[in-house]
Write a protein that binds this ligand. Structure first.
Ligand code: SAH
Length: 364
C-alpha cells in the first residue's frame, strides 16, 4: 500500500496535471474549418475530417466525441486530449412575449448575456462580444463595468448553440450588439463569423448577420476588406461632435470628420448600405435642429437610420424622448429624404437593454 506521504504527493501531481490540462484544453468550438484542417494535417490525418467534424458539431449537435461514427478512434482520442466539447452554463432566463433573455456563466465565473427576439421573419439573437466594455458611452449600462476580457471564439459561438438548444428552433438572424465593443475583439469576431457562416457550420447567411460598432475607425476600414457580406451598423447617436463628445468618449479618439470618411470608404469598397443607430435621449439629441443636422450629416451616404427609443435604466439619469417628439424627429428625417425606421421595442419589462440583466445579477 502507498504511504500517506506518497499518496499526498500523487494527489498534488494529479491536481497539477488536471489544472494544466484544463488550462491548455481549448474548446473545439474555437476552431474555424481551416484551423481544423490544419490540425488534422498536423496529426497526419486526412484534411476532410475537418468537414466531417464540423457537420457533427454544428449539424448533428453532438455532445461527445463518442457519437462520431465516421472518424477513426485513434484520431478521435487525440482530439479528446486536445480539444473539449464544452458548453456554457445558462444561469438565468427571463421570458416575455416575443423576447427571451439569457444570462450565461463562463468558466471563470464571469457573466454575459444574450437576447432572443422573435420577429415575423424569424428568430434573431443579440449576443455579447466582451465581458464589460471600455467604450464608456454615458447612456449605456454595459459601460458601467470596464472591460474584463474579450470573449473567446467558442464563447461567441456557444451563445448561439445554447440558445438553439433551449429554444428547439433555428436562429435565423444574429446581431452582435450585446455587451462589449465587437471591433475591440476583432480577430475573434472574424473567426466567429467564419464559423457561423460556413454552410457546414451554423450556416447563417452573411446578410443575416449584423455587427454594431460605436465607431472604431481603423477596424471599420479593416472590415471593408472582409469578404463576407455582413451588415455594418454604426452607433451614431449624435449629429455633431459637441453632443457626441458628451455622450460617447470614443468620439474624442475618432471624431465625425474621421468616422464619416471611413464609412464612405467602407461603402465604396463593399457597395453595401450601412445602418446608423440613433438613440433618442430627451433634451440631449432629440430636438428638431438635431434632426435637421443629422439629415445633413448623412446626405449622400447610402444608409438608413434606425431611431431607438431609449430603454431607461435605474442606474442612469437619461430619459427617453416622448413618443410625440420621436414622431416629429422621424418626420423631419423623412421630409429630408432620409431612409428611417423606428426600432420596435423588445423586453423593456425584462431588463433587455444592454448589460441590464448582468448588472442586476452582479448588483453593480
Ligand atoms: N459597442 C457596440 C455594440 C453594443 S451596444 C456599439 O456601440 O454599437 C448596442 C447598441 O445598443 C448601441 O447602439 C448602443 O448605443 C445601444 N444601447 C445601449 N444602451 C441602450 C439603452 N439603454 N437603450 C437603448 N439602446 C441602448
Amino acid at each position: 500500500m502507498m504511504n500517506s506521504k506518497k499518496s499526498m504527493a500523487l494527489f498534488f501531481f494529479c491536481s497539477i496535471i488536471d489544472l494544466e490540462m484544463s488550462e491548455i484544453m481549448k474548446s473545439i468550438y474555437s476552431l474555424t474549418l481551416e484551423e481544423m484542417e490544419e490540425y488534422f494535417l498536423s496529426m497526419k490525418a486526412k484534411k476532410f475530417h475537418a468537414l466531417q467534424l464540423f457537420s457533427w458539431l454544428y449539424e448533428k449537435r453532438i455532445h461527445s466525441y463518442d457519437e462520431i461514427t465516421n472518424i477513426k478512434k485513434e484520431i478521435l482520442n487525440s482530439l479528446k486530449l486536445n480539444y473539449s466539447i464544452n458548453h456554457l452554463k445558462i444561469v438565468e432566463i427571463q421570458e416575455d412575449v416575443d423576447v427571451c433573455k439569457y444570462l450565461f456563466e463562463l468558466e471563470d465565473s464571469e457573466h454575459i448575456e444574450a437576447v432572443l427576439m422573435r420577429h415575423d421573419y424569424g428568430n434573431s439573437v443579440c449576443i455579447s462580444s466582451q465581458v464589460g466594455c471600455n467604450m464608456g458611452c454615458k447612456f449605456c449600462e454595459s459601460g458601467r463595468r470596464k472591460k474584463v476580457r474579450n470573449l473567446e471564439v467558442h464563447e461567441l459561438v456557444l451563445q448561439l448553440l445554447m440558445i438553439e438548444e433551449h429554444l428547439k428552433e433555428r436562429i435565423s438572424h444574429i446581431v452582435v450588439m450585446g455587451i462589449g465593443e465587437p471591433f475591440d475583439n476583432y480577430d475573434n469576431l472574424i473567426k466567429f463569423f467564419q464559423i457561423i457562416n460556413h454552410p457546414k457550420g451554423f450556416a447563417i447567411g452573411a446578410r443575416h448577420i449584423t455587427v454594431s460598432t460605436c465607431g472604431v475607425v481603423p477596424k471599420i476600414l479593416e472590415f471593408s476588406d472582409f469578404p463576407l457580406q455582413i451588415n455594418l451598423a454604426i452607433s451614431l447617436h449624435a449629429p455633431n461632435n459637441d453632443i457626441r463628445n458628451k455622450i460617447m468618449p470614443i468620439n474624442k479618439a475618432y471624431p465625425l470628420e474621421e468616422l464619416i470618411p471611413a464609412i464612405k470608404k467602407y461603402l465604396e469598397k463593399t457597395n453595401r448600405r450601412v445602418t446608423f443607430e440613433y438613440i433618442l435621449l430627451e433634451n440631449i439629441n432629440d430636438s428638431d435642429e438635431c434632426a435637421l443636422e443629422l439629415a445633413k450629416l448623412v446626405k449622400g451616404i447610402n444608409c438608413y437610420i434606425n431611431l431607438i427609443p431609449y430603454n431607461e435604466t435605474n442606474n442612469l439619469d437619461f430619459k427617453r424622448t416622448k413618443t410625440i417628439q420621436i414622431m416629429r424627429f422621424y418626420d423631419i428625417l423623412k421630409k429630408n429624404n432620409v431612409n428611417v425606421t423606428i426600432r420596435r421595442e423588445f423586453g423593456s419589462k425584462i431588463s433587455a437593454a444592454c448589460g441590464q440583466l448582468r448588472s442586476k445579477k452582479e448588483e453593480l
